[in-house]
Design a protein around this ligand. Structure first.
Ligand SMILES: Cc1ncc(COP(=O)(O)O)c(C=O)c1O
Length: 477
């Protein structure tokens, strides 16, 4: 497909009718909103973006682009805050909390160590995630194993290693885990994932507790499944688990899920112990200035209040609590750096018969390093990383280099109007579900991940080279 191209001088940069309603034109398109950018980011006196004390140009000179940059202190502080908030709130109502890090958000040995050192347990959902967390030194007893289709080999290996809890997705799995536990002479602690039917207010494909979806057991079937679990001498049923979706801002969805789960939990107490309740993850973060993400601390207060109030109403003890945040721990700490290759101004028809110009700024990565925009139409922000500019802002769309028209990184934001090929761009809040969802589409190697802290940078996940890609091709042996 070819697009009409306008020269920059012909472009009406603002106001642009193609801007989404939530996006305000910034007075300063260099500003770094602290709710969106990682904790240590700032602009140096000469206008350059600095992350963890390291200038963007320095990072790019050493490691190239695209580059994932993870602010180590930010991850560590967020992990500590998650543990402390839930510990404090649980203690307030006379119970204890286990805070799992949802490894699917981002997993590497270093990150597994950071979160474990902060006191988090680790939630894994494949044998691969188990292998990385274990190799990093995380005690299997401090891990929970999720997944709607765990293989027999995965079950056997994790049970043999002494995994803390297996979250059963369905009745069939109970038999499989029981057999593995018997083989290894263990009594395996298990939770049951239930589908609370609560619709989290987020993108449809992320709302995992709808009726028509693959995860968990409907609440109505839960008593029967728990009965069958309790019949296995090699299983210890510890409680219900629910995860209602992702990128959730308020506590209403969690409140409704907790109420529904606790009603069943109370009934189950009549036929045996139910020591725990796990409310999953899904706490939202700010990807743009329009996102009003509440601090995790506030959500901890709200969630624990809801559970305590409901337990009082049902006249049952407050159970041990568990939650599984991923995104909120690692997401805001990540920034992706790209280099601009081409810039194209495209005339687009607007409602009412007019037209406007959308500026496509293409970078040297895209859906291979950040699939979320293509998958969910996720919104992101973008800023110049190598310099600041006082040129009035222009609405831009940041596109990748892949052969898909949906290969977009930032659907809409403003950059200084003089953005040019060779400029470095930074996309914040890319710490979660970017590296973990990365692909080799178009035989593009996955970028390295660099941790920054106190003015120093170090590679924590190596990038893939062309040699790595060729090495997998058995036709070249
Ligand atoms: C069962 C379960 N727990 C926790 C999470 C983590 O969610 P988030 O990273 O949004 O906190 C997920 C994400 O999909 C999940 O499926």
């Amino acid at each position: 497909m070819s697009f009409p191209v306008l020269r920059s001088s012909e472009v009406r940069v603002s106001p642009n009718p193609l801007a989404p309603a939530w996006l305000d034109e910034p007075t300063d398109a260099n500003a770094l909103d602290p709710t969106v950018w990682s904790a240590t980011s700032y602009r140096s006196a000469d206008g350059e973006l600095v992350l963890g004390g390291v200038a963007a140009s320095e990072l790019v000179a050493s490691y190239g682009t695209p580059l994932y940059v993870l602010d180590e202190d930010d991850v560590r502080v967020r992990a500590l805050e998650a543990v402390r908030s839930f510990d404090r709130e649980a203690a307030r109502v006379g119970t204890r909390a286990t805070v799992y890090y949802a490894a699917k958000a981002f997993l590497s040995a270093e990150v597994a160590r950071w979160v474990a050192e902060a006191g988090m347990a680790v939630d894994i959902c494949t044998g691969g995630e188990f292998a990385v967390a274990r190799a990093a030194g995380v005690d299997p007893a401090r891990m929970g194993f999720h997944g709607n289709n765990k293989s027999l080999a995965e079950i056997d290996r994790t049970v043999e290693a002494g995994i803390g809890t297996v979250v059963l997705d369905n009745a069939d799995e109970a038999g499989r885990v029981a057999a593995a536990a018997e083989r290894h002479g263990r009594v395996q602690r298990v939770r049951l994932r239930v589908n609370s039917g609560v619709h989290a207010s987020t993108h449809e494909y992320l709302a995992t507790a709808r009726e028509d979806q693959k995860f968990g057991v409907p609440l109505s079937e839960t008593p029967d499944v728990v009965r069958s679990i309790r019949q296995h001498a090699s299983l210890e049923f510890v409680g219900l688990h629910s995860h209602i979706g992702s990128q959730i801002f308020g506590s209403d969805g969690f409140a409704e899920a907790a109420r529904r789960l606790l009603a069943v939990h109370a009934d189950l107490l009549a036929s045996g112990p139910v020591p725990e309740l796990n409310l999953g993850g899904g706490f939202g973060i700010a990807y743009t200035s329009a996102d009003d993400a509440r601090p995790l601390d506030e959500l901890a207060v709200a969630l624990v209040d809801i559970v305590a109030t409901e337990c009082a109403r049902l006249e049952i003890d407050v159970p041990l609590l568990a939650v599984e945040p991923g995104r909120v721990v690692v997401g805001p700490a990540g920034t992706t750096l790209y280099e601009v290759g081409t810039i194209k101004d495209v005339t687009v028809s607007t409602d009412g018969g007019g037209s406007a110009v959308r500026r496509y700024v293409s970078v040297d990565g895209g859906m291979s390093d950040n699939a979320r925009t293509a998958l969910y139409a996720a919104d992101y922000s973008v800023r110049l990383a190598g310099r600041a500019s006082s040129t009035p802002p222009a609405l831009v769309r940041v596109a990748g280099k892949h052969c898909e028209s949906g290969d977009l990184v930032v659907l809409a934001d403003y950059l200084p109007g003089d953005v040019a090929p060779g400029d470095l761009l930074a996309v914040p809040a890319t710490g979660a579900y970017c590296h973990s969802l990365a692909s080799n589409y178009n035989h593009v190697g996955r970028p390295p991940v660099v941790a920054v802290r106190d003015g120093r940078a170090r590679v924590i996940v190596r990038g893939e080279s062309e040699a790595d890609l060729l090495a997998r091709d058995a036709g070249l042996d």
